[in-house]
Design a protein around this ligand. Structure first.
Ligand code: ADP
Ligand code: TYD
Length: 206
């Protein structure tokens, strides 16, 4: 059995994370790894139900603290039922968003503060940290142009919110040696090559 890994992708809405998560998972599978693909919020029965509560609801339906707690509850389930067992079993778990999203969106975007959101998430992640987090960096205007119609409650927050989230991500990357920033501009294939190189470098130096 090979060594399991946990890889997270982060970025603002429309940055291309889901596209890159799928391409990365395909590439890792082609190399012979067993890959588990997950997304947040979701990835477990309770997590998917929480996803509905968080995203398919009208603006103003919950406060920022409740929102942070719901994302953390989904994460707690994902860590215990999918991520930890998968890595222990030798799989490479590729996760479209993880706790970095809460630090950027709830901590900075909503203004709760990174320390408060870290506290809210402590028991949820229970020390389970990605081996590497790839931050797909795309200008806010470009990401907004890529998104299709039909934004969910959080995507609909607008440009100012997305800019705060982007700033929150950059600050996070500066303070986290296991977070790698990848230029998300260019074709999906170009970005994929950068993502794969970043993952390879991070795994080689782990
Ligand atoms: P996210 O998961 O970050 O919201 P997606 O991967 O869903 O982003 O991509 C958002 C939209 O942009 C999709 O329509 C997708 O096809 C498109 N897209 C993804 N990557 C690129 C890219 N490198 N250049 C242009 N469009 C892209
Ligand atoms: P999703 O449709 O998965 O967005 P995307 O395709 O852009 O990744 O919706 C997830 C939304 O939830 C997205 O707007 C980011 C937000 N979010 C948070 O605010 N905090 C979190 O902890 C997570 C995981 C997501």
């Amino acid at each position: 059995m090979g060594v399991g890994r946990f890889i997270a992708l982060e970025g603002i809405d429309g940055s291309g994370k889901s596209t890159q998560a799928a391409m990365l998972a395909d590439a890792l599978e082609a190399r012979g790894h067993r890959v588990v693909r997950v997304r947040e919020p979701g990835g477990t029965p309770l997590g998917e139900a929480i996803r509905g509560l968080l995203l398919d609801t009208p603006a103003g339906s919950m406060g920022a603290v409740a929102e942070a707690c719901l994302f953390a509850a989904s994460r707690a389930e994902l860590v215990r039922r999918v991520v930890r067992p998968g890595v222990a079993d030798g799989a490479w778990v590729v996760c479209d968003r993880f706790v970095g999203s809460s630090l950027a969106y709830q901590g900075v975007g909503r203004g709760l503060g990174v320390d408060v959101v870290t506290d809210v998430n402590r028991a949820a992640v229970d020390g389970c940290a990605p081996d590497v987090t790839v931050l797909i960096d795309v200008p806010v205007a470009e990401a907004a142009g890529r998104r299709c119609a039909g934004d969910d409650r959080i995507e609909a927050e607008g440009t100012g919110f997305q800019q705060r989230v982007a700033d929150g991500y950059r600050a996070q990357a500066e303070g986290d040696a296991r977070m790698v920033v990848v230029d998300g501009r260019g074709s999906p294939a170009d970005v994929h090559a950068r993502v794969l190189a970043a993952v390879d470098a991070a795994v080689a130096s782990a």
